[in-house]
Design a protein around this ligand. Structure first.
Ligand code: CKP
Ligand code: MG
Length: 323
């Protein structure tokens, strides 16, 4: 396997029309989950990926398994729980870019994952373990599973890539700050949004030197490096991303898109791009550029995975022919 990940995937319902969801009468349904979004993005680019999870023994679980498997992700480590349900969530679109999310995932099959759910050999054979801050927020046992997996990755020399993916609806700010800070310090590479960095470290008073996001990007990247990770990438939205290692730091400009159909899933596409670049042996700067391209491509299409490109579409998008 090139990349394995642990996390929950749910069925996502989106009202057909914009506005307050209480007036919605019809919905479309898709599957979505940060970790499978990234694994599917990688699979579409030809990388070998595997998903460690649990779904319920229900129709939604079957829908998710068929979809994830159908996209080419290995599901041999995804169990079907006999009694706990598959989680679902709703995405209310108030306006084009204003989105509210409602989860129905408490006690879900995935939230019952435990350290024993993880096969040591499966982690040991991977090149990268990709984790996000959503899984440790699901339950105390999921948190233990995440720390256990990092221990296994370290034992076997598997690189750990971590996206804090802060979800304030899932846990308290105090708990989130404490656990996410620890996890960032244990990762080899951290991929974070500016708002997540600011949540963890503040915005570095006085660093707004007229260069806006770039200066907070460099301040925050530095703070992540101080935690102990080897490289940090701060996602700046349409402006691109800022990366820093102990040796170099740079702003990589973003890709312009004509319209944003759905902002959710951009970060997961970004992670797929960076990981894919690293797997292809690109220098970090080029891997970050690929991340920016996929993040931008994702927001032009409704749904989290529908805009993830294959190699051909990615090349067209990056050369400007895809817009
Ligand atoms: O940070 P992103 O907008 O890229 O993540 C979106 C995903 O896993 C979405 O698919 C949803 O299922 C989730 O994050 C979540 O649990 O919030
Ligand atoms: Mg995110």
């Amino acid at each position: 396997m090139d990349v394995v990940s642990i996390g929950e995937t749910m069925v996502l319902f989106t009202p057909r029309e914009q506005g307050q969801m209480r007036y919605s009468r019809s919905y479309t349904s898709r599957i979505a989950g940060a970790e499978t979004n990234t694994l599917i993005g990688l699979a579409k680019l030809g990388h070998r990926t595997g998903w460690i999870s649990q779904v319920g023994q229900d129709e939604f679980g079957a829908q998710i398994m068929a979809a994830v498997r159908g996209e080419g992700v290995d599901t041999s480590q995804t169990a079907v729980h006999p009694s706990a349900p598959t989680g679902v969530f709703y995405k209310e679109r108030l306006q084009e870019v204003s989105v509210r999310v409602y989860y129905y995932r408490q006690g879900s099959a995935a939230s019952l994952l435990v350290p024993e759910s993880i096969d040591e050999n499966y982690i040991a054979r991977a090149k990268y373990l990709y984790l996000t801050g959503i899984t440790p927020a699901l339950s105390p046992n999921c948190r233990e599973a995440v720390f256990h997996a990092i221990g296994l990755a370290r034992k076997h020399g598997v690189q750990v890539v971590f996206d804090p993916n802060l979800r304030r609806k899932l846990w308290s700010d105090e708990e989130a700050r404490e656990v996410l800070t620890r996890l960032c310090g244990m990762a080899d590479l951290v991929l974070a949004g500016i708002s997540e960095g600011t949540f963890l470290f503040g915005d570095g008073e006085g660093n707004e030197d007229g260069d806006g996001k770039k200066s907070s990007g460099s301040y925050l990247a530095e703070r992540f490096l101080q935690l102990g990770c080897k490289a940090a990438i701060l996602k700046l939205g349409a402006e691109g991303a800022y990366y820093a290692t102990g040796m170099e730091q740079k702003l990589v400009p973003g890709f312009k898109v004509d319209h944003v159909a759905d902002p959710v899933g951009a970060g997961d596409g970004f992670a797929a791009g960076v990981l894919s670049g690293l797997l292809d042996g690109l220098p970090l700067e080029e891997a970050v550029r690929r991340g920016c391209a996929i993040g931008a491509a994702v927001v032009t299409v409704n749904g989290d995975i529908e805009g993830l490109p294959d190699r051909e579409l990615l090349a067209a998008f990056m050369s400007g022919r895809g817009e």
